[in-house]
Design a protein around this ligand. Structure first.
Ligand code: AHM
Ligand code: MG
Length: 339
């Protein structure tokens, strides 16, 4: 006899029954987002056979060249979510302005934010990429009027759900509704998400870090100090050897640390001194911080908790240090000592 399998739907329905913190509209929202991720996964896996590789020749709001799959994934997420009646509006890394739910559909109380396809530079080289999403509630005074960008300007600690789908050797969905972190693996034959990781927990200690080392000369001193100490191995102040990994898809790098621990950093650097970092606060840093904290890890911008930052703009960027608690504490301490 096969072991009984729990599907995503079953997991969410049971959670809704036992736990009033998961309202039916939020359950519907998560199911629809995860269904869109299934479709995106299908297209990603077709690659050149599906004619989806390569660039479109257009740029997004951040001035980055859009890949065909960036745009296709964005459209799938919009189409899948606009009609369900659970959303008031959406915002995407790929769109300059927020997306209001068309008038022909009912509106709900949630706001959905997403990076439709994170790790774009890896699409054409067949390396893991993913979709990241974050859910917040529209402010109470927004009912009966159109949502505006200011309604999205809520710090990360107001998130009610967050997750990512990773399109790798396996397609997985990693999710939090604020009560720990769970992982589902896509059974491609059955077309269903199966609960495979019940309680994902990040070990407090690690000897693995992820950072783009080619930017070493542009970092702030505290980051150089931390990495130099790791590289010194058993002969340095840390007294142990460290390993390094850098996939250049945040989804894949964070997934690794959620599974086995580690610290992930994309710090501010002097290449573009006016930007506070490369990664996006609303589409990348906040949802990943929510997952990391729910898994027992920690997440700061080097100085303060990312989820306490008051956003000023939809496409705002931020410096990121997240993962195993002891290492994030150390990097944060080094920054504060240097200030
Ligand atoms: P994207 O959202 O345009 O794909 O960019 C974000 C990605 C992250 O997934 C990853 O951590 C980072 O950019 C890699 O940057 P770099 O190429 O500078 O190493
Ligand atoms: Mg991204």
């Amino acid at each position: 006899m096969n072991k009984k399998r729990t599907s995503l739907t079953q997991y969410l329905v049971e959670k809704q029954r036992t736990d009033k913190a998961l309202p039916p509209e939020l359950r519907l929202l998560i199911e629809i987002v995860s269904r869109a991720c299934k479709t995106i996964s299908h297209h990603v896996s077709k690659g050149a056979l599906g004619g989806v590789l390569g660039s479109l020749g257009t740029e997004n709001i951040q001035g980055e060249v859009q890949k065909k799959l960036d745009v296709i994934s964005n459209e799938y997420l919009l189409e899948a979510n606009e009609w369900g009646g659970h959303l008031a509006a959406m915002a995407s890394e790929e769109m300059e302005a927020i997306y209001l739910i068309p008038n022909r559909y009912p509106k709900g109380e949630y706001l959905l934010l997403f990076d439709p396809l994170d790790g774009s530079s890896n699409i054409d080289v067949n390396v893991s990429i993913g979709t990241i999403f974050s859910v917040i509630k529209a402010p109470a005074d927004a009912s009966g009027r159109d949502i505006c960008e200011a309604d999205f300007m809520q710090p990360g600690h107001t998130q009610v759900a967050a997750g990512y789908a990773i399109y790798g050797p396996q397609t997985m969905l990693v999710l939090t509704v604020g009560e720990g972190v769970v992982g589902f693996t896509l059974d491609r034959e059955m077309g269903s998400w199966v609960l495979t990781h019940e309680d994902l927990t990040i070990p407090e200690q690690t000897s693995e870090f992820a950072i783009n080392m080619s930017n070493t000369r542009h970092w702030e001193k505290p980051v150089n100090r931390y990495i130099d100490e790791c590289l010194a191995g058993t002969e340095g102040p840390r007294g142990k050897n460290f390993n390094m990994r850098w996939i250049a898809s945040m989804v894949a790098d964070v997934h690794r640390l959620i599974i086995r621990g580690g610290v992930f950093m994309y710090p501010w650097d002097a290449r573009d001194p006016n930007k506070p970092g490369k990664l996006r606060l609303m589409y990348e840093a906040n949802p990943m911080s929510f997952l990391v904290e729910q898994a027992g890890g920690m997440s700061t911008n080097g100085r303060t908790r990312i989820m306490d930052i008051q956003p000023q703009g939809l496409h705002e960027r931020v410096s990121v240090v997240m993962g195993s608690k002891e290492e994030v504490e150390r990097v944060t301490r080094y920054h504060l000592e240097a200030d």
